[in-house]
Design a protein around this ligand. Structure first.
Ligand code: SF4
Length: 97
């Protein structure tokens, strides 16, 4: 009998995402040195949307964003990001069940 693999990565893989090409719903303010909050997002975003490039700047690929709002809350005071919900018909499509 096969064992089920309930890792969160496997569950997230069940979701689908409709990309709004050229209109990301989250944008990072240009920076030379990232704030602590932005660096933290490379570890706490549950969808792994944030990463650091070779220069240490934080970048986002919003495809796959689950719209949980964590980055919106974490970066609220620093003003590092512009956050909006995706337009209707775009963004995450959750699979339930
Ligand atoms: S809203 Fe949540 S899933 Fe989307 S980029 Fe922010 S932390 Fe990641």
């Amino acid at each position: 009998m096969a064992m089920s693999d309930d890792r969160v990565e496997n569950r997230l893989f069940q979701n689908r995402y409709v990309v709004d090409v050229g209109r990301p719903h989250i944008e990072i303010r240009p920076h030379e040195v990232p704030s602590r909050e932005l660096v933290a997002m490379t570890r706490v975003c549950p969808a792994g949307c944030y990463s650091q490039n070779e220069q240490g700047q934080v970048e986002i690929t919003a495809d796959g964003c689950m719209e949980c709002g964590t980055c919106r809350v974490v970066c609220a005071k620093s003003g590092d990001i512009k956050w909006n919900y995706p337009r209707g018909g775009y963004g995450v499509l959750f699979k339930f069940g």
